[in-house]
Design a protein around this ligand. Structure first.
Ligand code: PLP
Length: 508
């Protein structure tokens, strides 16, 4: 009798090879033909539910080959493809194929990167990856950090490190009650919604955020920042954190980081930079100056799953003095024997550096991507993305039916403006907002291009963000044509609807 256990979820070597090769063939074909597919099918949630069906939890198993064939069909044919060259919405990048292979390898070994002893090589690779990210954006290699799931978590992780560093030491035992609700944080109005979530979730309440207005270039108004800090100090508040943005989500604007750093130094505040999207552009010599002052940040959020083309999920919190992470997140349980007895300080026990305890090997896809393209490869891709966003802006600026609104880093905003609608009258502006919102909804359902939106100084805009190594100049030209063509149709449709409403009102 064999002593091998029969486990329904185990898979023999031959079966794994056969199914694995088949799956890789299917994925290779998918990647190769991604530009010929629709960006999205535009199916409604109920249509998708119908495709999936309503099967109950299966009582018995099904052979893996059939399951994987079915799963591949479902996700390849009914997903929004952010790897499509005309996917320019939000800030989700085309995923590097090496990242997909990395995830397969990572899952096969399945190290728990919570503690060095559980993941000796993976922990060391994560540490090297974090060092390389610091090097890529040009801050001191002494920055340490932790990989997290994405931008929200990277910013949350830093927010709490800032609080530990700047709040009274009683915070750990007495909680926020001991601070008298006095802690306040400052950020530009352009800051991503993570800051509101952080203030609410971590017990400060949204009133603890001071939203600082931005100037015409969408950068934080620093005179207003100084004034707000001074007002709070004289009002008995305890400022602890200033957030600068390095690539705001709507327009790609980068704050004046050097001056914010000086203000933080003057008042003894923590300087955090949300570079979740934009900071990789600091690697490009032509744009380095935009990020002047980043080397003074106490913490930086940077998302490899945005502009470094890692598959979801991969974010990173970099901290100038990594001790602040340990001060914030370290906890010692009697049942953990993670400190080693060989006299060496563990390379890192990452469970002590952030929210997670058990942690996956997300570093592998980032680490491999950085090597596959190399620094020069990333500089080239990021530079190209910025040039393509600029091309879109320029094409919009020279088109009689388009208005170019902003261009910053790899984000451009524009709107469709039919002939005769450039008069700036409030009723025309209202109509243009309605028109562009309807146009965006149409575009998002159609599937030949995917854009998102931004509202800039009251104007509802179409927004394209190029974090996509597959997008070409031809795609950008096509996007312009599609926007104009669909804009004309939407305008006609709205006019007809308005005509019908007016006719109905007059009883004709
Ligand atoms: C500047 C900035 N910060 C934070 C985030 C949140 O990132 P995530 O969606 O990965 O949590 C985004 C997302 O677009 C962003 O642009």
């Amino acid at each position: 009798m064999s002593h091998q256990r029969e486990s329904p979820i185990a898979m023999g070597k031959e079966e794994f090879k056969r199914i694995g090769h088949e799956l890789i063939d299917t994925i290779a074909e998918f990647i190769d033909t991604i530009s010929e597919r629709p960006v999205t099918t535009g199916e409604t949630p109920s249509q998708i539910q119908q495709v999936l069906g309503h099967a109950a939890l299966p009582e018995h198993g099904t052979p893996a080959a059939a399951l994987l064939t079915k799963a591949a069909g479902l996700v390849m044919n009914h997903s929004l493809l952010n790897g499509h060259p005309k996917f320019l919405g939000y800030i989700t990048s085309s995923a590097a194929p090496i990242g997909a292979l990395a995830d397969l390898l990572a899952a096969s070994i399945n190290p728990n990167v919570g503690a060095n002893i559980l993941s000796p090589m993976a922990t060391t690779i994560e540490r090297q990856t974090i060092g390389w990210l610091a090097e890529l954006i040009g801050v001191s290699p002494s920055y340490g950090g932790v990989l997290v799931s994405g931008g929200n978590m990277a910013n949350f992780t830093a927010f709490l490190a800032a609080r530990t560093a700047k709040a009274p030491k009683s915070l750990k035992t007495a909680g926020l009650a001991g601070t008298g609700g006095a802690l306040v944080a400052y950020c530009p109005t352009t800051t991503h919604s993570w800051i509101e979530k952080a203030a609410v979730l971590f017990g400060h309440g949204s009133n603890a955020i001071r939203w600082i207005p931005t100037d015409d270039a969408n950068k934080m108004d620093l005179a207003a920042l100084r004034q707000a800090i001074a007002d709070d100090l004289s009002g008995g508040k305890t400022p602890f954190l200033v957030v600068g943005t390095a690539g705001d989500v709507s327009t790609g604007a980068v704050d004046d980081l050097r001056t914010i750093a000086a203000i933080c130094r003057l008042y003894g505040l923590w300087f955090h930079v949300d570079g979740a999207y934009g900071i990789p552009a600091a690697a490009v010599p032509a744009y380095r100056m935009l990020f002047d002052g980043i080397d003074e940040a106490d913490s930086i959020a940077l998302d490899p799953h945005k502009w470094l083309y890692s598959p979801l999920e991969a974010g990173c919190t970099l901290v100038k003095n990594p001790q602040h992470l340990l001060d914030t997140y370290s906890a010692h349980a009697a049942y953990y024997n993670f400190d080693g007895d060989d006299g060496e300080v563990p390379n890192h026990n990452y469970y002590e550096c952030g929210f997670q305890n058990s942690r996956g090997f997300r570093a592998l896809k980032v680490w491999l991507g950085l090597q596959h393209a190399g620094r020069s490869g990333y500089v080239q891709m990021i530079n190209d993305d910025i040039s393509l966003a600029r091309l879109l802006f320029e094409r919009a600026a020279s088109h009689p039916e388009l208005e170019a609104i902003t261009h910053g880093l790899s984000i451009s905003t524009l709107r469709y403006v039919p002939a005769g609608h450039y008069n700036g009258r409030p009723e025309t502006e209202n109509y243009l907002n309605t028109l562009n919102e309807a146009l965006l909804n149409d575009l998002q359902r159609r599937g030949d291009v995917f854009l998102s939106n931004a509202v800039i100084r009251g104007k509802y805009c179409l927004r394209a963000c190029v974090v996509n190594f597959r997008t070409s100049a031809q795609d950008i030209e096509a996007v312009i044509e599609i926007i104009v063509r669909e804009g004309q149709k939407t305008h006609l449709k709205l006019r007809q609807q308005q005509g019908a409403t007016t006719a109905a009102a007059y009883g004709s």
